[in-house]
Design a protein around this ligand. Structure first.
Ligand code: KAF
Ligand code: ZN
Length: 625
C-alpha cells in the first residue's frame, strides 16, 4: 500500500515537475535520491499550501465582508492554523540541502528559498495572535469609523462613512469649512483612535522581522523587491519626477487661490490638504473643474454620460472585462460573477476599500468593492480586475510563485489597461464621450486631467512608506510620529493641514493601508512601471504617434506580450519579467516613459507658471500658514 502510494506520488511528481521546470526532468532521471525527495516534498507541500490558502481566504473574506466579532474570531483561529502550517513547511524545507540547487536548478532553488522564510510565524503563538488581533482591530476601527454632519449635537447625525459619503463630499463640495470639518473629523475617528494599537503593532512587527534575520519590519517589507539598492532606486525615480510635480503643484495652487479667495493661501506656500478632491490629497482629478485651463473645450465628464445612460456597477464590470477579453486575455469565471460583492451592503458593516481575492483553486476569484457609478470607480474596477487577470494568468504556477513579479507589478496591470481606456478616442468608441476635440487645447485638457491623477499621486505613493520605514527603524520616535508625518507631507507633497495637528493625532493611520498593514511603495513602483508597460504594449501594437494617444483595445499582439509576462507570476526575478514585457529593451524601473507621456503638458505648465514661485516653504508643517 505504502509502495503504491509512493509510486502514484512519484508519477504525479514527474508530470508536475515537467511543467514546472524542464531542467528538473533531467536530474529526476538521475540517481541522486535526496533531489527526488526534495521534489516530492515540494509537490506534496504545494497541494497542502493551496488548500491552506483557500481556507484562509474563505475565512478572511467572510470576516471582511461582514465585520462581526464571531467572524473575526474564526479568522484569527485560521491565522494560527496557517502559521502552524508555515512552521511545519519551514522545518521540512530547511532540512534539505536546497542551496545546492542554486546554480543547477534555479526555479527549484527559488521555490525552496520562499519556503525557508517564516515571516510573522516566527513569533510565539501568543505574540502572533496579539499581532493578528491588533491588525484586525485597527482595520475594524477604520472600516466602521463615522463622522458627524457639521453643527449637530444629535448622535444620530453622526453617520458619514468614508464610502460613499465622505469620499463624495470631498469630491464635489467646494465649501472650505465643510471640507475642513470632514477632513479633521475623519482623522479624529481613525488615526487618533488607533495610536496605542499602532505602537504595539510596530513593536511586534519588528520583533518578527528580527527573528527572520532582518534589521526591522521595513527591511522585511522591502525584501519583496529583491534589490540591495531598492531605496536608492526609488529615491532616484522620485528625483526624476519631482520637477514635474512642482510645476503641477504651482499651477494648481494658483487656481485654488482664485477658487478660495478668503482662505489666504500663500502663493509661495503649501496647499491646504483638504481642497484637492480626495481625503488624502493623493489624486486630484476630482477638482478638474477648478483648474480647467480651457473650459470652452468642454472636457465632457464621462460620469455625466454614465449617469445619463443609467449604467449600473455590473455594466461597469462587464465593460472592464470586455477590455481584457478584447486583448485575448482570460475572461472572469462564473464563480467570479456569482461571488463578488460589487455594491455596498445595507444590512451589515463591511470593509469597503476595494480588493481582489485569489482563492487558490483555479476558479474562485472575487472582487469586493462598494462601487459608485462614476469615472473614478470605472478606473478602479479596471485596477481590481487587473489583479484578477494576474491571478488567472499565473494560476498554474506553484502556490509560492502565485504572486506578482514584485508587488508593484500586481498593482500596475489594471492601470495599464485603464491608460488606454482613458484616451478620448477610446471613450468615444465605447459611447462614454459624445465628441472628441483634436486641437492642442483639448490635448492639454486631457493631459492635465490625467496628470492630476498620475503625477499628483507620485509623492504620496512615495512618502507613506518613507514614513513607515523610518517608524520601523526607530529613526522616528513614538513622540514624533505625527510631526514627522507632516514634515514629509510638506517636503514631498507641499501640503499643509487646515486644522492644527498635534502628536496626539496619528494622521498616517487615516489611510487604509496604514491601518490595515498593507505596504504602500508598491503603488509608487506601479505608477512608474505602468507607463513602461504601456509603452511596451503600444510598441507591440504598432502604435504610432504620441504615447498619450495610444489605445491597445482589441490588439492581440499587445495581449500576448502582456500575458507572457503575467503568466510567469513570481517564478523569476522581476527584472526578468521586465525584460519579457519590454522585449529585452530594459530590466530596470524607468520614469522616462511617464515623462514622455506627459511631455506636452510639462512644456505648457512651464509657460503658464512663468514668474510663479515653483516649490513652497512653511515655518510650521503642523498648521497651514
Ligand atoms: C491606485 C490607483 C488609483 C488611485 C490610488 C491607488 C492606490 C491605492 C489607494 O490608495 O487607493 N489603491 C488601492 O488601494 C486599490 C486596492 C487594491 O487593489 O490595491 C488592494 C488593496 C488591499 C486591500 C486589502 C488587502 C491588501 C491590499 N489590493 C489587492 O486587493 C491585492 C493586491 C495584490 C494582490 C492581490 C490583491
Ligand atoms: Zn490594487
Amino acid at each position: 500500500m505504502l509502495f503504491l502510494t509512493s509510486l502514484v506520488l512519484q508519477m504525479m511528481c514527474l508530470i508536475f515537475s515537467a511543467s514546472v521546470d524542464n531542467r528538473v526532468e533531467r536530474y529526476k532521471s538521475g540517481a541522486i535520491r535526496d533531489k527526488e525527495a526534495a521534489l516530492k516534498f515540494l509537490e506534496v507541500n504545494d497541494k497542502r499550501a493551496a488548500e491552506m490558502a483557500n481556507k484562509m481566504a474563505i475565512s478572511t473574506w467572510k470576516y471582511q465582508s461582514n465585520l462581526t466579532e464571531a467572524n473575526k474570531q474564526e479568522m484569527l483561529e485560521m491565522l494560527q492554523e496557517q502559521a502552524q502550517f508555515t512552521k511545519e513547511t519551514w522545518e521540512k524545507a530547511t532540512s534539505f540541502a536546497w542551496k545546492d540547487f542554486k546554480e543547477s536548478y534555479a526555479t527549484v532553488y527559488r521555490w525552496f528559498k520562499k519556503l525557508a522564510v517564516l515571516g510573522t510565524a516566527a513569533l510565539s503563538e501568543e505574540k502572533l495572535n496579539e499581532l493578528n488581533k491588533l491588525s484586525a482591530d485597527m482595520q475594524d476601527i477604520y472600516a466602521k469609523a463615522k463622522v458627524c454632519r457639521p453643527n449637530v449635537t444629535d448622535n444620530a447625525k453622526c453617520d458619514l462613512a468614508i464610502e460613499p459619503e465622505l469620499t463624495e463630499m470631498l469630491m464635489n463640495s467646494r465649501d472650505y469649512d465643510l471640507l475642513k470639518h470632514i477632513w479633521a473629523g475623519w482623522r479624529d475617528a481613525t488615526g487618533k483612535e488607533m495610536k496605542d494599537k499602532f505602537l504595539r503593532y510596530v513593536e511586534l512587527s519588528n520583533e518578527a522581522a528580527v527573528l527572520n534575520g532582518f534589521e526591522d519590519a521595513g527591511e522585511m517589507w522591502r525584501e519583496a523587491y529583491e534589490s540591495e539598492t531598492f531605496q536608492d532606486e526609488v529615491e532616484d525615480l522620485w528625483k526624476t519626477i519631482e520637477p514635474f510635480y512642482k510645476q503641477l503643484h504651482a499651477y494648481v495652487r494658483r487656481k485654488l487661490i482664485r477658487q478660495y479667495p478668503g482662505a489666504d493661501i500663500k502663493p509661495d506656500g503649501p496647499i491646504p490638504a483638504h481642497l484637492l478632491g480626495n481625503m488624502w490629497a493623493q489624486t486630484w482629478g476630482n477638482i478638474f473643474d477648478v483648474v480647467n485651463p480651457y473650459p470652452e473645450k468642454k472636457f465632457v465628464d464621462v460620469t455625466d454620460v454614465m449617469l445619463e445612460k443609467k449604467m449600473t456597477p455590473l455594466d461597469m464590470f462587464k465593460m472592464s472585462e470586455d477590455f481584457f477579453t478584447s486583448l485575448g486575455l482570460i475572461e472572469m469565471t462564473p464563480e467570479f460573477w456569482r461571488r463578488s460583492i460589487i455594491e455596498k451592503p445595507t444590512d451589515r458593516e463591511m470593509v469597503c476599500h476595494a480588493s481582489a481575492w485569489d482563492f487558490y483553486d483555479q476558479k474562485d476569484f472575487r472582487i469586493k468593492m462598494c462601487t459608485r457609478v462614476n469615472m473614478e470607480d470605472l478606473i478602479t474596477i479596471h485596477h481590481e480586475m487587473g489583479h484578477i487577470e494576474y491571478f488567472q494568468q499565473y494560476a498554474k504556477q506553484p502556490v509560492v510563485f502565485r504572486d506578482g513579479a514584485n508587488p508593484g507589478f500586481h498593482e500596475a496591470v489594471g492601470d495599464v489597461l485603464a491608460l488606454s481606456v482613458a484616451t478620448p478616442n477610446h471613450l468615444k468608441k465605447i459611447g462614454l464621450l459624445k465628441e472628441v476635440f483634436e486641437d492642442h487645447e483639448a490635448e492639454i485638457n486631457n493631459l492635465l486631467s490625467m496628470a492630476l491623477d498620475k503625477i499628483a499621486f507620485v509623492p504620496f505613493g512615495y512618502l507613506i512608506d518613507v514614513w513607515r520605514w523610518k517608524v520601523f527603524s526607530g529613526e522616528i520616535s513614538e513622540e514624533e510620529l505625527n510631526s514627522k508625518w507632516w514634515d514629509l507631507r510638506l517636503k514631498y507633497q507641499g501640503l499643509c493641514p487646515p486644522v492644527r495637528r498635534t502628536d496626539e493625532d496619528l494622521d498616517a493611520a487615516s489611510k487604509y493601508h496604514v491601518a490595515a498593514d498593507v505596504p504602500y511603495i508598491r503603488y509608487f513602483v506601479s505608477y512608474v512601471i505602468q507607463f513602461q508597460f504601456h509603452k511596451a504594449l503600444c510598441d507591440a501594437a504598432g502604435h504610432e504617434g504620441p504615447l498619450h494617444k495610444c489605445d491597445i483595445y482589441q490588439n492581440k499582439e499587445a495581449g500576448t506580450l502582456l500575458s507572457s509576462m503575467l503568466s510567469l507570476g513570481n517564478s523569476v526575478h522581476w527584472k526578468a519579467a521586465m525584460s519579457v514585457i519590454t522585449e529585452g529593451k530594459t530590466d530596470k524601473m524607468d520614469a522616462g516613459p511617464m515623462l514622455e507621456y506627459f511631455r506636452p503638458l510639462m512644456e505648457w505648465l512651464e509657460e503658464q507658471n512663468e514668474g510663479e514661485t515653483i516649490g513652497w516653504t512653511s515655518e510650521d508643517p503642523m498648521m497651514c500658514p
